[in-house]
Design a protein around this ligand. Structure first.
Ligand code: ADP
Length: 178
């Protein structure tokens, strides 16, 4: 699925975030930035040990924020390490923190002249965020941002499996109809 916003493209694809040929890929990082499982483990594995070495110099990252490194052995020139919230019950600032993590990642991409960026579904794995709610928040932030920042030409939202892709396509249709 692909839509156009203010001259930019938002596309949903099924795939592996580590394999994306874009200027920056986003990591679903934890606040230590020192590695984890899921997307984080896959990105560090694919990028090589130099990525962890650079992450060690960053002093971690607060939840709701993001930091940028080089991409090393990845096709992507940069990795943007975004820290989403651990989901408790949705009443502990999780929606705002998730939105803030997406926004921070987009801002870093724009500051580093990235015309294309790929996101995973931040917080929806180990961090337990219900996927439908997380998708709605992510798409609202991305659509708003692209409306104001045509310098980002392409946002690719990468889902790991067919079920997640179908759910995200449905939520994107809903958000566009609001
Ligand atoms: P978090 O700790 O922020 O919840 P996870 O890495 O555990 O992050 O999972 C985030 C989402 O990314 C989950 O929906 C998971 O299925 C998906 N995912 C896991 N590995 C990959 C990958 N290699 N590429 C894209 N998405 C992935």
């Amino acid at each position: 699925m692909q839509i156009h916003i203010n001259g930019s493209t938002l596309e949903l694809v099924q795939g592996d975030i580590t394999q994306q040929d874009v200027d920056a890929i986003v990591n679903a990082a934890n606040s230590s930035l020192l590695g984890g499982g899921g997307v984080d483990g896959a990105i560090h594995h694919a990028a090589g040990p130099e990525l962890l070495a650079e992450c060690r110099t960053l002093g971690g990252c607060e939840t709701g924020n993001a930091k940028i490194t080089r991409g090393y052995r990845l096709k992507a020139r940069y990795v943007i390490h975004a820290v989403g919230p651990v989901y408790r019950d949705g009443k502990h600032g999780e929606p705002e923190l998730l939105a803030s993590a997406y926004r921070a990642a987009l801002e870093l991409a724009a500051q580093h002249q990235c015309a294309s960026i790929a996101f995973p579904a931040i917080s929806t794995g180990a961090y337990g965020y219900p996927m439908e709610e997380a998708a709605r928040i992510a798409f609202r932030v991305i659509i708003d941002y692209l409306g104001e920042h045509p310098e980002i030409a392409r946002v690719r939202y990468v889902l790991y499996d067919a079920r997640a892709l179908a759910l995200h396509a449905r939520v994107l249709e809903q958000v566009l109809a609001e």
